[in-house]
Ligand binder design. Structure first.
Ligand code: F6P
Length: 321
């Protein structure tokens, strides 16, 4: 078989581990892999390259993606997907593996539905917000990076008896903020769609000060537009005369060497994706369910989930009193 492979949407640590597993498993079974550069945009420009064992050597520990990635507004339009299907068929491609998030899966699903083209998805996004799977590649590394950063911020916050608003990535997903909030002992976690409880933040800080606490970390989920910590900082100052420093972790969380969890799950998913497509499966995604890597219907993985909001919000609240 000839299998094409691309990454799409925001990069995530561990994507290289999945790429490596796809290429190695395919070659092990005697298949050919064509890597597509820069996602769907590169597909439309015919940026294909044959991948061999050496093209995935020495990448397992590297963040980012050696295939590079992009967000492609063109792929949202049916006429470009028609062109894409023609390009894939002209290259004699038998099936396409897409590593990305819900937007990338919507694009893959449309290609499969409209053109009957065989596709398999591998979930890769630091946001851990894809329905149908408990895990997306990159989440563990992004959380670990944010925890390490906040531990450092805690050192200086303690030394100066300061309050910090630390904004973490995740757009509308609560996943990174909740896990990081619990793991760093944050005094408050502000989630994407919750109304900001300014008075509660102030009361919590004052209660902490009264019992001898000399620093406060408030983890702020990014929400739809990055930078909302600055308006929270302004309101805390103007309405409550409370000084808070802002630190936005931003894209630091998207880079870096993947953790063992990301490496291992990505390796399993990459391998399973090849074996699925080679056995004739299509319209599937490699997922984690009940802790095991398995396959789920692509149509069940094209929506976002709540990023652990229902499951972990209560825990974060109980532990931050
Ligand atoms: O979806 C992954 C993510 O890192 C989000 O957490 C973040 O809001 C967004 O991508 C940032 O996208 P970009 O790198 O295109 O600015």
């Amino acid at each position: 078989m000839k299998i094409a492979l691309l990454c799409s949407g925001g990069d995530a640590p561990g994507m290289n581990c999945a790429i490596r597993a796809v290429v190695r498993t395919a070659i092990y079974h005697g298949h050919t892999v064509l890597g597509i550069k820069r996602g769907y945009a590169g597909l439309l420009r015919g940026e294909f390259q044959k991948m061999d064992l050496s093209s995935v050597g020495n990448i397992i520990q590297r963040g980012g993606t050696v295939l590079q990635t992009s967000r492609s507004p063109e792929w949202m339009k049916p006429e470009f997907r028609t062109k894409g299907a023609e390009i894939l068929r002209a290259q004699d491609v038998d099936g396409l593996i897409v590593i990305g998030g819900d937007g990338s899966f919507n694009g893959a699903n449309a290609l499969s539905q409209e053109h009957g083209f065989p596709v398999i998805g591998i979930p890769g996004t630091i946001d851990n917000d894809i329905s149908g799977t408990e895990y997306t590649i990159g989440f563990d590394t992004a959380v670990q990076t944010a925890i390490e950063a906040i531990d450092r911020i805690r050192d200086t916050a303690h030394s100066h008896a300061r309050t910090f608003l630390v904004e973490v990535m995740g757009r509308n997903s609560a996943a990174i903020a909740l896990k990081v909030g619990v793991c760093t002992g944050a005094e408050n976690v502000l989630l994407p769609h919750d109304k900001v409880p300014l008075q509660k933040i102030v009361d919590d800080i004052q209660r902490g000060v009264a019992r001898g606490k000399d620093s406060s970390i408030i983890v702020v989920a990014e929400g739809p537009v990055a930078g909302r910590s600055y308006s929270i900082q302004k309101e805390l100052k103007e309405r409550h005369q409370l000084d808070a420093h802002v630190c936005i972790l931003g894209h630091i969380q998207r880079g870096g060497s993947p953790t063992s969890n990301d490496r291992f799950i990505a390796s399993q998913m990459g391998s399973l994706a090849v074996e699925a497509i080679a056995s004739g499966a299509t319209g599937k995604v490699t997922v984690v369910q009940k802790g095991l890597v398995t396959l789920e219907d692509l149509s069940k993985c094209i929506l976002k989930n709540d990023g652990g909001y229902t499951e972990f919000k209560g825990l974060a609240e109980k532990l931050s009193i």
